[in-house]
Design a binder for this molecule. Structure first.
Ligand code: NAD
Ligand code: TYD
Length: 337
């Protein structure tokens, strides 16, 4: 049995990871440590909740005494750190909590990992640490770090702390840097679920700038399979980029959503651009493919339709979210409810 601390497991990617991995592995004992911020939702974990090898603990990764207790109580030997403040726009509205959770929190976990001599520490990072690309080129693992938003600066800092803990104390760290994810359980502040839900509600779809910023989209389960393989086979101290070679300008995604839902393009509203908006992300994943044999399985054309249909069928999941505090965020960010 592997005792694995999964942090942030009530969020979008972490909950999909736990549900996926517990469905196929009896030899993983998962302890999910999550603070249940606005982005954490235990409903995402209904498929895992009754399993004997799943345990939920509500807590903050910044709280070192509490983290220590969890390592001791569950005899933690492995860590997969998903926990983070994850939304760029929120980091522009207020950055402090991003550095608190993403940097200090990662440092607290690494300190515990050192004390308890864990066998692997997987830091879940993002391609946004590399900054923005022009029209050509792809991020490789050797691209210099050039984060542009408070969010990406906090994630790049966490990566550097993790690598320093390997260099200094031999903590067995490995890092994944994935591109933009989409799929079920993604919080509706992010582009794809926000546009789906606004379309369903016949609300305006706020497109930043000229809508031609490009993101490289990957289905969440392909990301999670990459995490699984890096966790099992990734070499210590290495970084692995993860992406599905699927670059799309934002406006095309928005139009695709409207088309699938049978809604008018008149709902599109071009709004003020995001401050410091990165123009293009695109990732080269040849290292993880060649070295670890990972490759993406899901076709964008199919998985995006499945995702849109999931939000259509699961109104209960998002209606409770958007009726609460989320309305205050929406008003601050978009100037309208
Ligand atoms: P999310 O915002 O949906 O979930 C984050 C989770 O972390 C939530 O459950 C929240 O309650 C928890 N959390 C926040 N602060 C915490 C704290 N101090 N202590 C304990 N738990 C805390 O995020 P996500 O989209 O699932 O992203 C997960 C990870 O993947 C993040 O590290 C993010 O940087 C990275 N990532 C995300 C994407 C993407 O497209 N969403 C792409 C690449 C990498
Ligand atoms: P987002 O989902 O926030 O991911 P990230 O900024 O981490 O890449 O945004 C994806 C793209 O969509 C990004 O270029 C910003 C744009 N966007 C909009 O145009 N309107 C919106 O309301 C949001 C949330 C994002």
């Amino acid at each position: 049995m592997k005792n694995i601390l999964v942090t942030g497991g009530a969020g979008f990617i972490g909950s999909n990871f736990i549900n996926y991995i517990l469905d196929k592995r009896d030899d993983y004992n998962i302890v999910n440590l999550d603070k249940l911020t606005y982005a954490g939702n235990l409903e995402n974990l209904i498929p895992s909740q009754k399993k004997q090898n799943y345990h939920f603990v509500k807590g903050d990764i910044v709280n070192s005494e509490f983290v220590d207790l969890i390592f001791r109580k569950y005899d933690i030997k492995y860590v997969i750190n998903f926990a983070a403040e994850s939304h760029v726009d929120r980091s522009i509205l207020g950055s402090e909590v991003f550095f608190r959770t993403n940097v200090i929190g990662t440092n607290v976990l690494l300190e515990a990992a050192r004390r308890y001599e864990v066998e692997k520490f997987l830091q879940v990072s993002t391609d946004e640490v590399y900054g923005s690309l022009g029209e050509n080129g792809l991020f490789t693992e050797d691209t210099p770090l050039h984060p542009n938003s408070p969010y990406s600066a906090s994630k790049a800092s966490a990566d550097l702390v993790a690598l320093a803990f390997h260099h200094t104390y031999d903590v067995p760290v490995v890092i994944t840097r994935c591109s933009n994810n989409y799929g079920q359980y993604q919080f509706p502040e992010k582009l794809i679920p926000l546009m789906i839900i606004n379309s369903l509600n016949e609300k305006k779809l706020p497109v930043y700038g000229d809508g031609m910023n490009v993101r490289d989209w990957i289905y969440v389960l392909d990301h999670n399979k990459a995490i699984e393989i890096v966790f099992e086979k990734g070499r210590i101290s290495e970084v692995y980029n993860v992406g599905a070679s699927n670059e799309i300008p934002n406006i095309e995604i928005v139009k695709l959503i409207l088309k699938h839902l049978g809604k008018s393009e008149e709902l599109i509203e071009y709004v003020k651009d995001r401050l410091g908006h990165d123009r293009r992300y695109a990732i080269n994943s040849s290292k993880i493919k060649k070295e670890l044999g990972w490759s993406p399985c899901y076709k964008f054309e199919e998985a995006i339709i499945q995702t849109i249909d999931w939000y259509k069928k699961n109104k209960n999941w998002w209606e409770s979210i958007i009726s609460g505090k989320y309305q205050d965020y929406y008003k601050t960010q978009y100037g309208t409810k």
